[in-house]
Design a protein around this ligand. Sequence first.
Ligand code: GLU
Length: 449
Amino acid sequence: MTSPIVRFAPSPTGRIHIGNARTALYNWLFAKKRGGRFILRFDDTDLARSTREFADIIETDLGWLGIEPDLLVRQSDRFALYDAAMQRLRDQGRLYACYETQEELDRKRKLQLARGLPPVYDRAGLSLTSEDRAQLEAQGRKPHWRFQLERDVVEWEDLSRGHCRIDCASLSDPVLVREDGAYLYTLPSVVDDLDLGVTHVIRGEDHVTNTAVQLQLFGALGDGKPAPAFAHHNLLATASGEGLSKRSGSLSISSLREQGMEALAVAALAVLTGTSDSVHAVTSLEELGAAIDLSHVSHNSAKFDEADLVALSARTLLLLPYASVAKRLAALGVGGPQAEAFWLAVRGNLSRLGEAEPWAQVCFGEINPVREDDGFLRDAAELLPAEPFGAQTWREWTEAVKVKTGRKGKALFHPLRLALTGRENGPELAALLPLIGRSRALARLGAHA
Ligand code: GLU
């Protein structure tokens, strides 16, 4: 296979959610695994609903997930190409003007259904004469434009769903341009896929029927070039079976980021849910790419539980090496020679990276120690070994404290933990003590360094 070219094509009319991330990541992982290119295409022909602000947020969200497009295009910059394609379809006699209002179309549909007929557009527009059209326009009606489908069966080998077959006789001729002159998604998408050399269209299964229509457009506009390959993946749904929409605010990528979820956990959940692979934590997108293949995607719905994200974030952090988090730790004020040891000590106790901050305070800053038994703590302070502290210091020290005080188990360890960290629970003290250091430890035990 030559290097693939894929595209992710959101409309910038809202924030993208975890279901959109699934589509973006399937495209990204497919292309990057094969040395290919990823295009971010903003489907912003609806000038009234699309905003630059949403486009910018989408770019940021993708960047957070680890997706850096090789090329960015905005359909609003490309109207000349769509106008030329319309002209070609007109020249081929495949485009026709229609004047029905939405209410008239609804009425037709209801009548067809009442008669037991499929609600397919009756092509009334095709038989309008130029006088009819002039008359309708004199009444103030504006045309919308439909593409005349060939009433054939369209078939393709879907990389995810296998053999697909759609009888276009059961479809209405699609509207390509609305009466206000705005392009609907169907035509510009095909024009861009052709112009940008897209080799694989990977998108949600809600587009299966569009593919039949668009394959006819590829045929009409492609100058004999083969159409791209298609893969339609199942759609993510919440545990209660609800689909996601741009309004599913809490599942937007921006809000998951703000909630402190790990990007790789969001990516793993988005990609692996509803596949033959179990949802598991990964340390890089490459690892995720190696785990997944479009043919692993199930044909059933992909239900996921938002609550799983916290646990998956925790499992992800536990696997991440220091190098993967060094920049973010530096932003929390943790750097220098002890930063790696700090990370290895605390990563198992976090479900969000931000939770490392109080532990940095414990290791390198000031805390309010909780001293429950001053006599015991004073004995312990006296036995604290000299520096340098190492991995064995905690064991050696507590052994000596045990011998001297006769305490063991919780009675031995708990007061030490409370004094040294100010908290009931947390990372292994054996790992924390060398970071806390002797002078801070003595002060927290109530002794003087
Ligand atoms: N803008 C379309 C959507 O978001 C793109 C679909 C496609 O990938 O072709 O549904």
